[in-house]
Write a protein that binds this ligand. Structure first.
Ligand code: ATP
Ligand code: MG
Length: 427
Protein backbone atom coordinates (compact mmCIF):
# COMPACT_ATOMS: atom_id res chain seq x y z
CA UNK A 1 0.00 0.00 0.00
CA UNK A 2 1.28 3.44 -0.84
CA UNK A 3 1.67 5.99 1.91
CA UNK A 4 1.75 9.75 1.66
CA UNK A 5 5.22 11.30 1.86
CA UNK A 6 6.53 11.87 5.37
CA UNK A 7 5.53 15.26 6.73
CA UNK A 8 2.50 15.67 4.47
CA UNK A 9 -1.18 15.32 5.31
CA UNK A 10 -4.40 14.47 3.54
CA UNK A 11 -7.05 17.06 4.30
CA UNK A 12 -10.19 14.95 4.22
CA UNK A 13 -13.77 16.19 3.75
CA UNK A 14 -14.28 16.04 7.53
CA UNK A 15 -11.62 18.74 7.92
CA UNK A 16 -11.88 20.69 4.67
CA UNK A 17 -14.90 22.64 5.94
CA UNK A 18 -12.72 24.17 8.62
CA UNK A 19 -10.03 25.02 6.07
CA UNK A 20 -12.61 26.72 3.89
CA UNK A 21 -13.86 28.68 6.88
CA UNK A 22 -10.34 29.88 7.70
CA UNK A 23 -9.71 30.85 4.11
CA UNK A 24 -13.05 32.65 3.78
CA UNK A 25 -12.46 34.56 7.02
CA UNK A 26 -8.99 35.58 5.89
CA UNK A 27 -10.30 36.82 2.53
CA UNK A 28 -12.98 38.82 4.31
CA UNK A 29 -10.63 40.42 6.83
CA UNK A 30 -7.96 41.19 4.20
CA UNK A 31 -10.44 42.79 1.83
CA UNK A 32 -11.53 45.22 4.55
CA UNK A 33 -7.92 46.38 4.67
CA UNK A 34 -7.80 46.69 0.86
CA UNK A 35 -5.68 43.62 0.18
CA UNK A 36 -6.21 41.64 -3.02
CA UNK A 37 -5.20 38.09 -3.80
CA UNK A 38 -2.05 37.21 -5.72
CA UNK A 39 -1.23 33.67 -6.89
CA UNK A 40 2.35 32.92 -7.74
CA UNK A 41 3.97 29.62 -8.82
CA UNK A 42 4.56 26.82 -6.32
CA UNK A 43 8.13 26.58 -7.65
CA UNK A 44 10.57 29.28 -8.64
CA UNK A 45 14.15 29.54 -9.72
CA UNK A 46 16.32 28.52 -6.77
CA UNK A 47 17.99 31.94 -6.81
CA UNK A 48 14.75 33.72 -5.93
CA UNK A 49 14.71 32.04 -2.52
CA UNK A 50 18.46 31.88 -1.99
CA UNK A 51 18.83 35.60 -2.60
CA UNK A 52 15.90 36.65 -0.48
CA UNK A 53 16.04 34.32 2.52
CA UNK A 54 19.80 34.70 2.75
CA UNK A 55 22.34 31.95 2.26
CA UNK A 56 22.96 31.40 5.97
CA UNK A 57 19.29 30.91 6.82
CA UNK A 58 18.10 27.45 7.87
CA UNK A 59 15.62 27.54 5.04
CA UNK A 60 18.28 27.84 2.37
CA UNK A 61 20.99 25.72 3.99
CA UNK A 62 18.84 22.81 5.19
CA UNK A 63 15.17 22.97 4.43
CA UNK A 64 14.62 23.77 0.81
CA UNK A 65 13.28 21.21 -1.67
CA UNK A 66 15.46 21.79 -4.71
CA UNK A 67 15.61 19.98 -8.02
CA UNK A 68 17.11 20.33 -11.42
CA UNK A 69 14.50 20.33 -14.16
CA UNK A 70 14.96 18.58 -17.49
CA UNK A 71 16.39 21.79 -18.92
CA UNK A 72 19.10 21.71 -16.23
CA UNK A 73 17.66 24.72 -14.39
CA UNK A 74 17.94 24.73 -10.61
CA UNK A 75 14.46 25.04 -9.17
CA UNK A 76 12.98 25.02 -5.67
CA UNK A 77 9.56 24.40 -4.19
CA UNK A 78 8.61 27.56 -2.37
CA UNK A 79 9.53 27.41 1.34
CA UNK A 80 7.64 30.63 2.07
CA UNK A 81 5.48 33.15 0.25
CA UNK A 82 7.25 36.49 0.31
CA UNK A 83 10.08 35.81 -2.16
CA UNK A 84 7.73 34.72 -4.95
CA UNK A 85 5.45 37.69 -4.37
CA UNK A 86 8.40 40.09 -4.50
CA UNK A 87 9.67 38.41 -7.67
CA UNK A 88 6.20 38.87 -9.21
CA UNK A 89 6.06 42.48 -7.98
CA UNK A 90 9.33 43.27 -9.73
CA UNK A 91 8.71 41.21 -12.87
CA UNK A 92 5.24 42.68 -13.44
CA UNK A 93 6.42 46.20 -12.56
CA UNK A 94 3.71 46.54 -9.94
CA UNK A 95 5.66 49.49 -8.56
CA UNK A 96 4.57 51.53 -11.62
CA UNK A 97 2.70 54.83 -11.23
CA UNK A 98 -0.60 53.28 -12.37
CA UNK A 99 -0.78 51.19 -9.19
CA UNK A 100 -2.06 52.52 -5.89
CA UNK A 101 0.48 52.58 -3.07
CA UNK A 102 0.86 50.84 -0.76
CA UNK A 103 0.35 47.93 -3.10
CA UNK A 104 -1.34 45.31 -0.92
CA UNK A 105 -1.63 41.61 -1.71
CA UNK A 106 -2.42 38.40 0.11
CA UNK A 107 -1.79 34.75 -0.75
CA UNK A 108 -2.69 31.35 0.60
CA UNK A 109 -1.33 27.96 -0.28
CA UNK A 110 1.16 25.17 0.36
CA UNK A 111 4.81 25.76 1.31
CA UNK A 112 7.55 23.14 1.48
CA UNK A 113 10.38 22.69 3.95
CA UNK A 114 12.44 19.60 4.62
CA UNK A 115 12.12 19.48 8.41
CA UNK A 116 11.66 16.88 11.10
CA UNK A 117 7.90 16.40 11.19
CA UNK A 118 6.12 16.86 14.53
CA UNK A 119 2.92 18.45 15.77
CA UNK A 120 2.55 21.79 13.95
CA UNK A 121 5.62 21.12 11.81
CA UNK A 122 5.26 19.47 8.42
CA UNK A 123 7.15 19.22 5.15
CA UNK A 124 4.20 20.44 3.17
CA UNK A 125 2.33 23.01 5.21
CA UNK A 126 0.12 25.96 4.41
CA UNK A 127 0.51 29.65 4.90
CA UNK A 128 -1.84 32.56 4.57
CA UNK A 129 0.13 35.75 4.21
CA UNK A 130 0.09 39.40 3.22
CA UNK A 131 2.56 41.89 1.74
CA UNK A 132 2.26 45.67 1.40
CA UNK A 133 4.75 47.51 -0.79
CA UNK A 134 5.69 51.14 -1.14
CA UNK A 135 5.20 52.74 2.25
CA UNK A 136 7.73 53.35 4.99
CA UNK A 137 5.14 54.59 7.43
CA UNK A 138 5.24 53.00 10.88
CA UNK A 139 1.45 53.34 10.78
CA UNK A 140 1.44 50.60 8.15
CA UNK A 141 3.50 48.34 10.45
CA UNK A 142 0.90 48.94 13.14
CA UNK A 143 -1.97 48.33 10.72
CA UNK A 144 -0.37 45.05 9.62
CA UNK A 145 -0.01 43.88 13.20
CA UNK A 146 -3.56 45.01 13.97
CA UNK A 147 -4.81 43.08 10.96
CA UNK A 148 -2.99 39.95 12.15
CA UNK A 149 -4.63 40.31 15.53
CA UNK A 150 -8.00 41.00 13.93
CA UNK A 151 -7.65 37.88 11.78
CA UNK A 152 -6.75 35.61 14.70
CA UNK A 153 -9.60 37.00 16.79
CA UNK A 154 -12.09 36.46 13.97
CA UNK A 155 -10.81 32.91 13.68
CA UNK A 156 -11.39 32.30 17.36
CA UNK A 157 -7.75 31.65 18.23
CA UNK A 158 -7.30 31.55 21.99
CA UNK A 159 -4.38 32.31 24.34
CA UNK A 160 -2.42 34.43 21.89
CA UNK A 161 0.01 37.28 22.44
CA UNK A 162 1.76 39.73 20.14
CA UNK A 163 5.53 40.04 20.50
CA UNK A 164 7.47 42.71 18.62
CA UNK A 165 11.04 43.85 18.16
CA UNK A 166 13.03 45.96 15.77
CA UNK A 167 16.07 45.04 13.73
CA UNK A 168 16.73 48.69 12.96
CA UNK A 169 17.99 50.20 9.73
CA UNK A 170 21.30 49.35 8.00
CA UNK A 171 23.11 51.92 10.14
CA UNK A 172 21.82 50.39 13.41
CA UNK A 173 22.53 46.90 12.14
CA UNK A 174 26.13 47.74 11.30
CA UNK A 175 26.79 49.09 14.78
CA UNK A 176 25.06 46.10 16.32
CA UNK A 177 26.94 43.56 14.16
CA UNK A 178 30.24 44.96 15.38
CA UNK A 179 29.14 44.73 19.02
CA UNK A 180 27.78 41.24 18.54
CA UNK A 181 30.97 39.97 16.92
CA UNK A 182 33.02 41.53 19.73
CA UNK A 183 30.83 39.76 22.29
CA UNK A 184 30.66 36.37 20.54
CA UNK A 185 34.23 35.97 19.33
CA UNK A 186 35.61 34.93 22.76
CA UNK A 187 32.98 32.12 22.75
CA UNK A 188 33.87 31.01 19.25
CA UNK A 189 35.11 27.53 20.21
CA UNK A 190 31.99 26.84 22.27
CA UNK A 191 29.50 27.78 19.57
CA UNK A 192 27.71 25.12 17.54
CA UNK A 193 29.22 24.31 14.16
CA UNK A 194 26.46 26.21 12.39
CA UNK A 195 27.00 29.24 14.55
CA UNK A 196 30.76 29.25 13.96
CA UNK A 197 29.97 29.77 10.30
CA UNK A 198 27.30 32.34 11.12
CA UNK A 199 29.79 34.31 13.20
CA UNK A 200 31.70 35.07 10.01
CA UNK A 201 28.80 35.47 7.67
CA UNK A 202 25.83 36.69 9.67
CA UNK A 203 26.20 36.93 13.46
CA UNK A 204 22.61 38.07 13.92
CA UNK A 205 21.53 34.60 12.85
CA UNK A 206 23.16 33.16 16.00
CA UNK A 207 20.49 34.86 18.12
CA UNK A 208 17.98 32.56 16.43
CA UNK A 209 20.00 29.38 17.04
CA UNK A 210 18.03 26.36 18.20
CA UNK A 211 21.17 24.97 19.94
CA UNK A 212 20.87 24.98 23.76
CA UNK A 213 24.42 26.09 24.50
CA UNK A 214 24.29 28.78 21.80
CA UNK A 215 21.17 30.06 23.50
CA UNK A 216 22.94 30.25 26.87
CA UNK A 217 25.77 32.26 25.33
CA UNK A 218 23.37 34.51 23.50
CA UNK A 219 21.36 35.27 26.64
CA UNK A 220 23.89 37.89 27.74
CA UNK A 221 24.65 39.29 24.30
CA UNK A 222 24.24 43.02 23.65
CA UNK A 223 20.77 44.03 22.49
CA UNK A 224 19.88 45.69 19.23
CA UNK A 225 17.71 48.21 21.09
CA UNK A 226 20.88 49.84 22.43
CA UNK A 227 22.29 50.36 18.95
CA UNK A 228 19.37 51.93 17.14
CA UNK A 229 19.97 55.02 15.05
CA UNK A 230 17.73 57.98 15.75
CA UNK A 231 15.56 57.25 12.74
CA UNK A 232 15.20 53.55 13.60
CA UNK A 233 14.38 54.37 17.18
CA UNK A 234 11.74 56.89 16.11
CA UNK A 235 10.17 54.33 13.78
CA UNK A 236 9.94 51.74 16.54
CA UNK A 237 8.57 54.23 19.05
CA UNK A 238 5.87 55.25 16.57
CA UNK A 239 4.84 51.62 16.00
CA UNK A 240 4.54 51.06 19.74
CA UNK A 241 2.49 54.25 20.19
CA UNK A 242 0.09 53.28 17.40
CA UNK A 243 -0.37 49.80 18.85
CA UNK A 244 -1.04 51.24 22.29
CA UNK A 245 -3.57 53.68 20.78
CA UNK A 246 -5.26 50.72 19.08
CA UNK A 247 -5.43 48.89 22.42
CA UNK A 248 -3.44 46.00 21.04
CA UNK A 249 -1.47 44.45 23.90
CA UNK A 250 2.09 43.59 22.94
CA UNK A 251 5.41 42.60 24.46
CA UNK A 252 8.82 43.74 23.29
CA UNK A 253 11.33 40.89 23.07
CA UNK A 254 14.70 42.46 22.33
CA UNK A 255 16.24 39.05 21.57
CA UNK A 256 13.76 38.13 18.86
CA UNK A 257 15.13 37.83 15.33
CA UNK A 258 13.50 36.18 12.37
CA UNK A 259 14.54 33.08 10.43
CA UNK A 260 14.86 35.03 7.21
CA UNK A 261 17.57 37.55 6.46
CA UNK A 262 15.49 40.12 4.71
CA UNK A 263 13.85 41.81 7.66
CA UNK A 264 14.63 45.23 9.07
CA UNK A 265 12.84 47.63 11.40
CA UNK A 266 9.71 46.11 12.92
CA UNK A 267 9.43 42.35 13.29
CA UNK A 268 6.61 40.60 15.10
CA UNK A 269 5.24 37.22 16.02
CA UNK A 270 1.89 36.11 17.34
CA UNK A 271 2.40 33.24 19.76
CA UNK A 272 0.23 30.98 21.82
CA UNK A 273 0.78 28.88 24.91
CA UNK A 274 -2.41 26.95 24.31
CA UNK A 275 -2.18 23.46 25.88
CA UNK A 276 -2.59 22.10 22.33
CA UNK A 277 1.06 23.04 21.77
CA UNK A 278 2.22 21.00 24.72
CA UNK A 279 3.97 23.61 26.85
CA UNK A 280 5.76 26.85 26.04
CA UNK A 281 4.94 29.44 23.42
CA UNK A 282 4.58 28.47 19.78
CA UNK A 283 4.59 30.96 16.92
CA UNK A 284 1.52 30.87 14.70
CA UNK A 285 2.08 34.00 12.67
CA UNK A 286 5.25 35.93 11.97
CA UNK A 287 6.30 38.88 9.90
CA UNK A 288 7.88 42.26 9.66
CA UNK A 289 9.38 44.93 7.48
CA UNK A 290 11.76 44.16 4.63
CA UNK A 291 12.83 47.45 3.09
CA UNK A 292 15.73 46.01 1.09
CA UNK A 293 14.14 42.94 -0.43
CA UNK A 294 12.57 44.40 -3.58
CA UNK A 295 15.91 45.90 -4.53
CA UNK A 296 17.70 42.66 -3.69
CA UNK A 297 15.50 40.92 -6.27
CA UNK A 298 16.23 43.50 -8.95
CA UNK A 299 13.48 46.07 -8.44
CA UNK A 300 13.63 49.72 -7.47
CA UNK A 301 14.23 50.47 -3.76
CA UNK A 302 10.79 49.80 -2.28
CA UNK A 303 9.84 49.28 1.32
CA UNK A 304 7.63 46.35 2.25
CA UNK A 305 5.91 44.84 5.25
CA UNK A 306 3.98 41.61 5.68
CA UNK A 307 3.36 38.42 7.59
CA UNK A 308 2.79 34.71 7.11
CA UNK A 309 0.52 32.55 9.22
CA UNK A 310 0.84 28.80 9.55
CA UNK A 311 -2.58 27.27 8.97
CA UNK A 312 -1.77 23.90 10.56
CA UNK A 313 -0.60 25.65 13.74
CA UNK A 314 -3.72 27.77 13.79
CA UNK A 315 -5.88 24.67 13.44
CA UNK A 316 -4.33 23.21 16.59
CA UNK A 317 -5.74 26.23 18.40
CA UNK A 318 -9.20 26.31 16.99
CA UNK A 319 -12.08 24.58 18.62
CA UNK A 320 -14.05 22.35 16.32
CA UNK A 321 -16.65 24.97 15.52
CA UNK A 322 -17.82 23.82 12.14
CA UNK A 323 -21.49 22.90 12.31
CA UNK A 324 -22.73 20.14 10.05
CA UNK A 325 -24.24 21.70 6.93
CA UNK A 326 -27.94 21.22 6.20
CA UNK A 327 -29.30 19.77 2.98
CA UNK A 328 -32.45 21.53 1.72
CA UNK A 329 -34.06 18.40 0.30
CA UNK A 330 -33.84 14.61 0.01
CA UNK A 331 -35.92 12.58 -2.43
CA UNK A 332 -37.13 9.20 -1.20
CA UNK A 333 -38.13 6.71 -3.92
CA UNK A 334 -40.50 3.95 -2.77
CA UNK A 335 -39.48 1.71 -5.68
CA UNK A 336 -37.31 1.82 -8.80
CA UNK A 337 -40.11 3.08 -11.02
CA UNK A 338 -39.79 6.47 -9.32
CA UNK A 339 -36.08 6.86 -10.09
CA UNK A 340 -36.41 8.63 -13.48
CA UNK A 341 -38.77 11.21 -11.98
CA UNK A 342 -36.59 11.57 -8.90
CA UNK A 343 -33.57 12.29 -11.11
CA UNK A 344 -35.49 14.92 -13.08
CA UNK A 345 -36.74 16.59 -9.91
CA UNK A 346 -33.28 16.54 -8.34
CA UNK A 347 -31.70 18.10 -11.40
CA UNK A 348 -34.32 20.85 -11.62
CA UNK A 349 -34.03 21.62 -7.90
CA UNK A 350 -30.23 21.78 -8.07
CA UNK A 351 -30.44 24.09 -11.07
CA UNK A 352 -32.68 26.39 -9.07
CA UNK A 353 -29.86 26.69 -6.54
CA UNK A 354 -30.81 24.19 -3.83
CA UNK A 355 -28.93 21.14 -2.66
CA UNK A 356 -30.73 17.83 -2.90
CA UNK A 357 -29.79 14.19 -2.74
CA UNK A 358 -31.33 10.82 -3.46
CA UNK A 359 -30.39 7.18 -3.06
CA UNK A 360 -28.15 5.36 -5.51
CA UNK A 361 -27.51 2.32 -3.32
CA UNK A 362 -30.82 0.49 -3.75
CA UNK A 363 -31.86 1.21 -0.17
CA UNK A 364 -35.40 0.54 1.04
CA UNK A 365 -37.56 3.54 1.95
CA UNK A 366 -36.66 3.22 5.63
CA UNK A 367 -32.93 3.32 4.85
CA UNK A 368 -33.50 6.33 2.62
CA UNK A 369 -35.22 8.22 5.45
CA UNK A 370 -32.23 7.40 7.64
CA UNK A 371 -29.90 8.75 4.98
CA UNK A 372 -32.01 11.92 4.79
CA UNK A 373 -31.63 12.40 8.53
CA UNK A 374 -27.92 11.78 8.42
CA UNK A 375 -27.58 14.44 5.71
CA UNK A 376 -29.58 16.92 7.85
CA UNK A 377 -32.27 17.14 5.17
CA UNK A 378 -34.78 19.90 5.83
CA UNK A 379 -37.44 18.63 3.44
CA UNK A 380 -38.10 15.07 2.32
CA UNK A 381 -39.93 14.51 -0.97
CA UNK A 382 -41.53 11.07 -1.19
CA UNK A 383 -42.28 9.47 -4.56
CA UNK A 384 -44.47 6.34 -4.49
CA UNK A 385 -46.88 4.76 -6.92
CA UNK A 386 -49.78 7.14 -6.22
CA UNK A 387 -47.47 10.20 -6.30
CA UNK A 388 -46.30 9.18 -9.77
CA UNK A 389 -49.90 8.77 -10.90
CA UNK A 390 -51.01 12.18 -9.62
CA UNK A 391 -47.68 13.82 -10.50
CA UNK A 392 -47.53 15.17 -6.98
CA UNK A 393 -44.83 14.53 -4.37
CA UNK A 394 -45.45 14.35 -0.64
CA UNK A 395 -43.14 16.99 0.85
CA UNK A 396 -42.41 16.79 4.54
CA UNK A 397 -40.79 19.39 6.77
CA UNK A 398 -38.51 17.19 8.86
CA UNK A 399 -38.40 19.60 11.79
CA UNK A 400 -42.15 20.21 12.19
CA UNK A 401 -43.48 16.98 10.66
CA UNK A 402 -45.85 19.01 8.50
CA UNK A 403 -46.52 17.35 5.14
CA UNK A 404 -48.20 18.62 1.95
CA UNK A 405 -48.63 17.44 -1.63
CA UNK A 406 -46.78 19.57 -4.20
CA UNK A 407 -47.08 19.05 -7.96
CA UNK A 408 -44.00 17.97 -9.91
CA UNK A 409 -44.54 21.02 -12.11
CA UNK A 410 -44.22 23.40 -9.19
CA UNK A 411 -41.24 21.55 -7.75
CA UNK A 412 -39.48 21.76 -11.10
CA UNK A 413 -40.36 25.34 -11.99
CA UNK A 414 -40.38 27.09 -8.63
CA UNK A 415 -38.70 25.12 -5.86
CA UNK A 416 -37.64 28.33 -4.18
CA UNK A 417 -41.22 29.32 -3.31
CA UNK A 418 -42.10 25.77 -2.25
CA UNK A 419 -39.05 25.71 0.01
CA UNK A 420 -39.89 29.01 1.69
CA UNK A 421 -43.56 28.10 2.13
CA UNK A 422 -42.69 24.84 3.80
CA UNK A 423 -39.81 26.13 5.90
CA UNK A 424 -41.90 29.06 7.17
CA UNK A 425 -39.82 31.29 9.41
CA UNK A 426 -37.02 28.79 10.00
CA UNK A 427 -34.00 28.53 7.73
P1 ATP B 1 9.97 27.93 13.38
O1 ATP B 1 10.91 28.73 14.21
O2 ATP B 1 8.82 27.34 14.13
O3 ATP B 1 10.66 26.95 12.49
P2 ATP B 1 9.95 29.82 11.23
O4 ATP B 1 10.62 31.01 11.76
O5 ATP B 1 10.72 28.89 10.37
O6 ATP B 1 9.25 29.00 12.42
P3 ATP B 1 8.39 31.38 9.39
O7 ATP B 1 9.32 31.15 8.27
O8 ATP B 1 8.37 32.71 10.01
O9 ATP B 1 8.61 30.26 10.50
O10 ATP B 1 6.90 30.99 8.93
C1 ATP B 1 5.75 31.63 9.43
C2 ATP B 1 4.81 30.63 10.07
O11 ATP B 1 4.63 29.50 9.25
C3 ATP B 1 5.31 30.04 11.38
O12 ATP B 1 5.05 30.88 12.45
C4 ATP B 1 4.50 28.76 11.47
O13 ATP B 1 3.19 29.02 11.93
C5 ATP B 1 4.43 28.34 10.03
N1 ATP B 1 5.43 27.32 9.73
C6 ATP B 1 6.74 27.47 9.44
N2 ATP B 1 7.33 26.30 9.20
C7 ATP B 1 6.36 25.35 9.31
C8 ATP B 1 6.31 23.92 9.16
N3 ATP B 1 7.39 23.23 8.82
N4 ATP B 1 5.13 23.29 9.39
C9 ATP B 1 4.02 23.97 9.71
N5 ATP B 1 3.99 25.31 9.87
C10 ATP B 1 5.14 26.00 9.67
MG1 MG C 1 11.62 27.05 10.72
Amino acid sequence: MYQRPKGTADILPAQSGQWQKIEATARQVFSRYQYQEIRTPIFENYEVFARSAGDTSDIVTKEMYTFEDKGKRMMALRPEGTAGVVRAYVENKLYGPEFTKPYKVYYMGPMFRYERPQSGRQRQFHQIGVEAFGSESPALDAETIAMAEDLLTQLGARNVKVVINTLGDPESREAYHAALIAYLTPFKDELSEDSKIRLEKNPLRILDSKDKHDQEIVANAPQILDFLSEAASAHFEAVKTYLTDLHIPFEVDATMVRGLDYYNHTIFEVMSDDPAFGGGFTTILAGGRYNGLVEELGGPATPGVGFGMGVERLLLLMQDTVVAPVLPAYIVTIDDSAIPTALQLATAIRRSGYGVDLDYMGKKAKGQFKAANKANAQLVLTLGESELETKTAQVKNMASGEQVGVSFDRLMSDFETVYHELMGGEQ
